[in-house]
Design a protein around this ligand. Structure first.
Ligand code: NDP
Ligand code: GDP
Length: 370
């Protein structure tokens, strides 16, 4: 039976990966941060009472900015596999917190690699680094593959560039099984609420239920290659089961604008949109609704632009070439974009129906995301 350590276990990918590894019989250890509120919502269903026998799931307090803590956890767990998913993962936020982002996302990866080396685990422990399509940044070529040059466009991407290369360097210098999964954007009902897809599906649900008037967004022209997180954690697992450590792109090979994602998400909730204007004056107005239960009238503006959501430097176009992952790993995604949108909208509609019921019945629920 293998033992895995997942940093970032409380995040979107950490939750899906923990579920996958437990289903394969792994002992799963996770690093969670101390927080003033519970931050384990995504993994609470996996929790096992430590007082019971045969416990396969354990959390450790820790932080990627704290080397001694990481060394102690890795020493205690003696993992066969480490999945380094922890990061300040938001591109826009990285412009506000560039130094912290570098500390956690760049030096954090180094701290784990050094811990493996210091503890003499270089032959035992395989290391997965959560690299990102943001590394490609300013478009050099499409589709982007393992051979496409990098040109990062945010403090987040620059930090991840360091983590990418230090992983390659430790592989070459010390013969470690250390590799990068260069994953394109992947989403799910568990996606963080401020990433564009989830911001849209939450907004759609709340508008359809009469809980919100409109969504303010930034650049609708950006194009992303969106997949489902459940499919992408499967690829992470497959990468660490290989004989030799190599870097892989994981993507769908299809790109879509943010505008089209907006249109699809509203359509999924029975709201047809019409876009007008351009740049900061662009708007989306309701053209028709599919049922009288939908609490928004035709003619209402439901999407407007707020320049605050533009990035100082943008990544305009991401489209990945997953041929290596497909041929060498036998990886095949099960979801396409329409299925992803359908699942996300259905999940947020269910979430906000519950919240609305509580509100309508007299409980006050403060919305922390407004
Ligand atoms: P999330 O933002 O959902 O999760 C990030 C996780 O990292 C959370 O568990 C968070 O803890 C934890 N974390 C943040 N800072 C620290 C720190 N200093 N020390 C310890 N833990 C920390 O990200 P995703 O699950 O979406 O992504 C997983 C990884 O993959 C990230 O590294 C991300 O950059 C990368 N990636 C993601 C892509 C995507 O489209 N989702 C695409 C390509 C790469 P807490 O819950 O307490 O905040
Ligand atoms: P990213 O690709 O890792 O930056 O993931 P995001 O989901 O944060 O952003 C995807 C794209 O959507 C980027 O090109 C953003 O500029 C664009 N976008 C447009 N409006 C918004 C918004 O309101 N929030 C976010 N997060 N992104 C937006």
């Amino acid at each position: 039976m293998k033992t895995a350590l997942i940093t970032g276990i409380t995040g979107q990918d950490g939750a899906y990966l923990a579920e996958l590894l437990l289903s394969k019989g792994y002992h799963v250890h996770g690093v969670k941060r101390r927080s003033s509120m519970f931050n384990t919502d995504r993994i609470d269903h996996l929790y096992q009472d430590p007082h019971e026998s045969n416990v396969h799931f354990k959390l450790h307090y820790g932080d990627l900015t704290d080397s001694t803590n990481l060394i102690r956890i890795i020493q205690e767990v003696q993992p066969d596999e480490i999945y380094n998913l922890a990061a300040q993962s938001h591109v826009k936020v990285s412009f506000e917190t560039p130094e912290y982002t570098a500390n956690a996302d760049a030096i954090g990866a180094l701290r784990i690699l050094e811990a493996i080396r210091i503890l003499g685990l270089t032959k035992k422990t395989k290391f997965y680094q959560a690299s990102t399509s943001e590394l490609y940044g300013l478009v050099q070529e499409v589709p982007q593959s393992e051979r496409t040059p990098f040109y990062p466009r945010s403090p987040y991407a620059v930090a991840k560039l360091y983590a990418y290369w230090i992983t390659v360097n430790y592989r070459e210098a010390y013969g470690m099984f250390a590799m990068n999964g260069i994953l394109f954007n992947h989403e799910s009902p568990l996606r963080g609420e401020t990433f564009v897809t989830r911001k849209i599906t939450r907004g759609v649900a709340r508008i359809a239920l009469g809980m919100q008037d409109k969504i303010f967004l930034g650049n609708l022209d950006a194009q992303r290659d969106w997949g489902h997180a459940k499919d992408y954690v499967e690829a992470m697992y497959l990468m660490l089961q290989q004989e030799t450590a190599e870097d892989y792109v994981v993507a769908t090979g299809i790109t879509t604008t943010v505008r089209e994602f907006v249109r699809m998400a509203f359509a999924e909730a029975g709201i047809e949109l019409e876009f007008s204007g351009s740049g900061a004056d662009e708007k989306a107005v309701v053209k028709a609704v599919a049922s009288p239960d939908i609490k928004v009238q035709p003619g209402t503006v439901v999407v407007a632009i707020d320049a605050a959501y533009y990035r100082p430097t943008e990544v305009d176009l991401l489209i990945g070439d997953p041929i290596k992952a497909k041929t060498q790993l036998g990886w095949e995604p099960k979801y396409d974009l329409p299925a992803l949108v359908k699942e996300m909208v259905a999940s947020d509609l269910a979430l906000f129906r519950r919240e609305k019921l509580l509100k309508d019945q007299g409980f006050q629920v403060l919305n922390q995301y407004e």
